[in-house]
Design a protein around this ligand. Sequence first.
Ligand SMILES: *[C@@H]1O[C@H](CO)[C@@H](O)[C@H](O)[C@H]1NC(C)=O
Ligand SMILES: *[C@@H]1O[C@H](CO)[C@@H](O)[C@H](O)[C@H]1NC(C)=O
Length: 398
Amino acid sequence: MLLLKAIPSVFLLVYCSAAPAAPSDDDDAHLTVPELITKYGYPVEVHQVTTTDGYILTLHRIPHGKNTDKVSNRVVFLMHGLLCSSADWIFTGPDHGLGYLLADEGYDVWMGNARGNHQSRNHTRLNPDKDPEFWQFSWHEIGAVDVPAMIDHVLEVTGEESLYHIGHSQGTTTFYVMTSMRPEYNSKIKAHFSLAPVGYTNHMTSPLMHILAFWSGPLELLFKLIGVNEFLPTNEFLALMGDTFCRDGDITQFLCSNALFAICGFSPKEMNATLFPVLTAHTPAGSSTRQLVHYAQGINTGTFRQFDFGLKNLEIYGTFTPPAYDLKLITAPIYLFYSHNDWMAAERDVIRLCNGLGDSCKGKFLVSDNSFNHLDYLYGISAPKIVYERVISLMARH
Ligand SMILES: *[C@@H]1O[C@H](CO)[C@@H](O)[C@H](O)[C@H]1NC(C)=O
Ligand SMILES: *[C@@H]1O[C@H](CO)[C@@H](O)[C@H](O)[C@H]1NC(C)=O
């Protein structure tokens, strides 16, 4: 049995690396986020925020839609997921990207970038290519430090007291971290929308995340395959995913070499192949290995809690196990969107999260399409119709 499994893996290793590169003649693939936004006729601003611990973060703003010059006082902050960036809200184009759709609905749209992704790969003192210390963070620091710093900047520039917050995947995790670790931020949130909520992770089905969870014991071995500091999986490691992932068909041949899809899966029905060149240009956008290990710890323990440093916990937290995020401290109104084919956000985990949030969980919506996957909230052809329309109509109530 083992041998039988090994043969296709080796075959797929060759097959994946020999898969033709995506066509590269698409102009959009060569443009930066501000260049893309400008090309499609929208105004754009680039802002930088330096966190208290020295990370230099980039925010992209679309202050208004195409049909007006007025900047509205309805401000929305979008936070991307693991290995993603602000690009993921816009590169699918003006008829599809949530960043554009919100601008045209009359919102002042701000898109954050977490420390360590390609847009926020800088620090006042540390060099991401030379200093391992740069990468000593998980989504805990993104939620407790980066998101509050960016929100403060947005509120200061706009002169508003509160904003709407939309997160995807890890962008939901970081929201729960922020509002539980720094509860004073609850009052700065008019309403939060979680697309593919990730708090509890122990029913997550992603094979790659389970391999990480399984291996998070002998870490040195794991780190050889996926990178000690920055998450940089080897081709060999990605090919290990082969038997679940690389199958016949143009779409899978292309996607099997992309770390993001190897983690999250995809539904062929929702993929728009025209977007592959621009998608590859921006995604995966980089993250620390610790961000993945932190999720893997949640798979193993069934908890939603701070990073487990093992023997150092006592020194860091004063307890043998890391403290749990206290969901009772979260008071902002929250709406959860989840789906049945999501490898990262399992229905049982989402329902447990909603129960833990109590009165704050204002609604949970199961996406009507059963094949809808984790990344379809960003790239799926029907995302505007079956997800964004509802988000926008709920926003109008707050
Ligand atoms: C696929 O993406 C292209 C480029 O944004 C767009 O023109 C086209 O309408 C999309 N196709 C579908 C089926 O959504
Ligand atoms: C990183 O930030 C420093 C300021 O601390 C700046 O001088 C440098 O140009 C930045 N590097 C990049 C690649 O943006």
